[in-house]
Design a protein around this ligand. Structure first.
Ligand SMILES: [Zn+2]
Length: 183
């Protein structure tokens, strides 16, 4: 297109001498062709710039995604580490709680779950039940009569199973009962 435009302009110069009106028309066509071809070129450059911009944007996005992925991985790992720590801490706390109660003369406790959606269904069975430290297979509702724990219920004390967030609450009625007996 560009070359054709130049040829037309050269031709128009010759025509201008011989046939001036044809020369003028030829000159106009030549100029139009050159302008159009340069416009095409500009469009092509613009398109290629846009394409490379898009490419670099894509690779930047990919980099960002990879970075975020690794951040997430680190975060998850941290969570796992803190979970292992938490699991251990929960067990230690449960053990300390038991020692404290038993040394205070409490042989019973009330099973209390965390009462949220994460509570295991088997542990939810124990919510509010009276239990005794020397036998994790039984439960009571009054602290006097003992029955085997329901099927599926944990045969351990609160906080002894991995990650269990249940706690043993003091069953003060036991002490009240002792005092009543003493009186
Ligand atoms: Zn539990």
């Amino acid at each position: 297109m560009r070359i054709l435009g130049i040829i037309l302009i050269v031709l128009s110069l010759l025509l201008l001498i011989a046939v001036p009106p044809a020369g003028v028309i030829c000159l106009l066509f030549g100029i139009i062709l050159i302008i159009r071809s340069s416009k095409n070129l500009t469009d092509k450059i613009k398109a290629s710039i846009a394409k490379s911009k898009e490419k670099s944007e894509q690779s930047a996005k990919l980099l960002k995604e990879k970075y975020e992925e690794s951040l997430q991985e680190q975060k998850e790992l941290k969570n796992q580490i803190s979970d292992v720590k938490t699991i251990h801490k929960l067990k230690v706390l449960a053990q300390e709680n038991r020692e404290r109660m038993e040394s205070a003369g409490l042989s019973m406790y009330e099973w209390s779950t965390a009462q949220d959606e994460r509570v295991r269904p088997s542990h939810a069975l124990m919510e509010g039940k009276i239990c005794k430290w020397d036998d994790p297979t039984v439960y009571s509702t009054d602290g006097k009569t003992w029955k085997p724990r329901p099927e599926g219920a944990p045969l351990v004390h609160p906080g002894e199973e991995e990650g269990c967030r249940c706690t043993a609450l003091s069953y003060w009625n036991e002490l009240v009962g002792e005092v009543d007996k003493a009186i």
